[in-house]
Design a protein around this ligand. Structure first.
Ligand code: EPZ
Length: 432
């Protein structure tokens, strides 16, 4: 097992480069299953989720190879339309294989995703939506067994309530190769979905309404395998903006490069500026000027362009440093607060009621041993360790490795005292 050991109090200085988007990468990999050919995806981050999904693709018969310039996916021999529980349970976006295999093969046997560190995270919209497009959907022993009519889904219309990133992507994967026309209402408009739609279009899909709440797609007989480049990770960008605000030297700018700032949505940017942190936005970079003191700014998460739920744990750490009380309300996932008890071990004063945490800022955090519970919770523990007095051990960082590329290398190059160590979770603490 691995942990990160962080000695707090070392200021963050200099420049951080933003890696490519994990969530967008997964949807682009799923799209690469559709054509009978070799797709090349540039800017695919080296993350556990990418490795896991590469294994999922290989099971279907695709050849996935990491190149210096990205990921090469040869889908010529895709023919085994299955995604097993053992892999899908590790990474729920593997559920995209349902739409991809229905589009490519006309049939699929894909494990239901199972539980998540928080939830609920249902897939009813995926299943009801695919049925509305003409697929036969059955549930057998924890698997979705699906079949389209000959020639692919016949098309139809379906309204997502609530809007869903995953369901939007899954329906488009199935409908891109088929016979009929499909209309998705209340579609997700997250940047990850827009980039995915741009790739489908470049492959020859007949799409209209990209980036709007109503997407229409006309099924085609085949799609082209292409070269395509992924976008920067908006959640990593937001994470590092928060890191700069709380761990930077007041008045000394921190540069975040290779970014796509407008992918963060205006609500996050507005809330960030309200904290008093300087925030200069250029085309592909953000320059953060840490403030002398941080204003307590309450936020509510929402689907894009609202405040991203994937940044609410990190925002909680920013509020711990603020000069007053504020709240974080998650309107997307009602119980995504597993990080609060761990942050409390570092001295966070907060209490959770329903889908809202109230944070009492201004207390000095102190280093301790804490445990990651999920991807975004784990990075909030790293942020807290950076500003805590003393040493923090963040355990089970396999959660972190799912979504942050070279995190300790990036942070240590900017002055943070952070290192990765092996440890035995069951050994006595003094031995670790
Ligand atoms: C995507 O998950 C992201 N994952 C998540 O990021 C992110 O938190 C989430 O969108 C919300 O922004 C990937 O892109 C791989 P949803 P997804 O379907 O697609 C409800 C991370 O940390 N819903 O948009 O699973 C659901 O309960 C991960 O990088 C249904 O009711 O999210 C939620 O309230 C975590 N029925 C809302 O929709 C369904 O069938 C949004 O979920 C599907 C979803």
């Amino acid at each position: 097992m691995e942990k990160l050991v962080i000695k707090g109090g070392h200021p963050l200085r200099g420049t951080l480069a933003i890696s490519a988007s994990k969530n967008a990468a997964l949807s682009l990999m799923a799209a690469a299953v559709l054509p009978q050919g070799v797709t090349h995806l540039a800017r695919i981050p080296k993350l556990r989720d990418i490795t896991t999904f590469s294994h999922v693709l290989r099971i279907t018969g695709a050849a996935v190879t990491r190149k210096d310039t990205g990921l090469q996916i040869d889908a010529t021999r895709v023919g085994f339309p299955e995604a097993p529980y053992e892999l899908v349970k590790k990474m729920r976006a593997s559920f995209y294989m349902l739409g991809a295999l229905l589009g490519r093969c006309g049939r699929a046997r894909v494990s239901l995703p199972g539980g998540c560190a928080w939830g609920p995270r249902p897939v009813n919209l995926h299943l009801e939506g695919l049925a509305a497009l003409g697929a036969q959907i059955d549930l057998e022993e924890g698997y979705v067994v699906a079949q389209t009519p000959r020639g692919g889904v016949s098309g139809g219309s379906y309204r997502l309530e609530p809007s869903s990133v995953g369901a939007t992507i899954n329906l488009l994967l199935a409908a891109s190769l088929g016979r009929g026309g499909t209309r998705i209402e209340n579609a997700a408009i997250e940047p990850d979905v827009v980039v995915f739609c741009e790739m489908l279009s470049a492959m020859g899909a007949r799409l209209a309404g990209i980036g709007t709440r109503t997407i229409e797609i006309e099924g085609v007989q085949e799609l082209k395998a292409i070269n395509f480049s992924n976008c920067p990770d908006r959640i990593e960008l937001g994470t590092f903006m928060i890191a700069a605000a709380i761990a930077g030297v007041p008045g000394q700018p921190v540069r975040l490069t290779h970014a796509h700032p407008d992918h963060l949505g205006e609500q996050f940017i507005a809330a960030f500026k309200e904290t008093g942190a300087g925030c200069a936005i250029a085309d592909n970079e953000v320059i953060v000027t840490p403030p002398e003191s941080i204003n307590p700014v309450s936020i509510e998460t929402a689907i894009y362009p609202g405040f991203p739920t994937d940044l609410q744990a990190q925002w909680t750490v920013l509020l711990a440093c603020a000069n007053g009380k504020a709240t974080v309300t998650d309107q997307v996932y009602g119980d995504r607060f597993n990080h609060i008890p761990e942050l409390a071990r570092l001295g966070l004063r907060a209490n959770v009621v329903g889908n809202q945490v109230t944070v009492y800022g201004g207390s000095q955090l102190s280093g301790a041993r804490v445990m990651s519970t999920d991807l975004r919770a784990s990075v909030s523990l790293v942020l807290a360790g950076m500003i805590a007095q003393g040493t923090t051990h963040v355990g089970r960082i396999y959660h972190l490795d799912r979504g942050y590329e070279h995190l300790e290398k990036k942070l240590s190059q900017c002055g943070i005292d952070i290192r990765r160590e092996q440890y035995d979770e069951f050994a006595a603490p003094q031995q670790n």
